[in-house]
Design a protein around this ligand. Structure first.
Ligand code: PEP
Length: 250
């Protein structure tokens, strides 16, 4: 059986000023003075703080990730940031296809796949988000919706390069609600099956993160579920103490 080292990524979303770097220092302090983390730790701040997070996090093993990238390397795309630019300031990961971007910016599976390809091309590891709405779950479509997103959002290059899949039921993001442990187990098993079907042994090694109201109080049991290889954490990643508790729950 393959052992997958867990990964915990914090998504700061559109939160964080330079003063928030104090929270990063507090996290670094906890990580270096406490028990060694049993997970790869990634912080994805707003683009304005990425260079600082990459520089400041390095000594404590905290890796930096972007929250989005453009599909092209450079050009006339005002306000956009390319994967190469993220890599240039020290990012190693980038979130693509977060449900907030799919909703706010009308990002399609095809676009998400192109972003994941751009990320791989720039030497980044894309964290590709998938997840159903509450209406889709209520209609019994969660599994088929996520399978379709996986088929179209995960690039073929995942067969040769490292990618991460994050299952984030949209109705659980920022709501304090989570699926039952059985529902998480079932969905992660389905995702694993789809990845193995498509990528063989490589698919058995792809990390599948759970995201959606992961908190200090529920992290231990959720992160222990089979095929949950870590978490993508929003709100609870903003406070070093909470994020550290989640990391330590692995
Ligand atoms: C997220 O936005 O990726 C997320 C998981 O948010 P939260 O943990 O706040 O639900």
């Amino acid at each position: 059986m393959t052992t997958i080292s867990p990964l915990i990524a914090g998504n700061w979303k559109m939160n964080g000023l330079t003063s928030s770097l104090e929270e990063l220092s507090a996290l670094a302090q906890l990580l270096t003075t406490g028990e060694a983390p049993r997970a790869v730790v990634v912080v994805c701040p707003p683009a304005t703080l990425l260079a600082a997070v990459a520089a400041q996090g390095a000594s404590s093993g905290i890796m930096a990730g972007g929250q989005n990238c453009h599909v092209e390397a450079a050009g006339a795309h005002t306000g956009e940031v390319s994967a190469g630019m993220l890599a240039d300031v020290g990012a190693q990961y980038v979130i693509v296809g977060h449900s907030e971007r799919r909703a706010d910016n009308h990002e399609t599976d095809d676009l998400v796949r192109a972003k994941a390809e751009a990320a791989i091309g720039a030497g980044l590891k894309p964290i590709i988000c998938v997840g159903e709405t509450e209406a889709e779950r209520d209609a019994g479509q969660a599994e088929s919706v996520v399978a379709a997103q996986l088929a179209s959002s995960v690039p073929d290059a995942a067969g040769q390069h490292e990618v991460i899949v994050a299952y984030e039921p949209i109705w659980a993001i920022g709501t304090g609600r989570t699926p039952s442990n059985d529902d998480i187990r079932q969905m992660h098993a389905n995702i694993r099956d789809r990845l193995v079907e498509r990528f063989g042994e490589k698919g058995a090694q792809i990390r599948i993160l759970y995201g959606g109201s992961l908190k200090p109080v529920n992290a231990r049991e959720i992160l222990a579920i089979e095929n949950v290889n870590g978490g993508l954490v929003g709100g609870a990643s903003l406070l070093a103490k909470d994020f550290y508790t989640i990391i330590s729950s692995v």
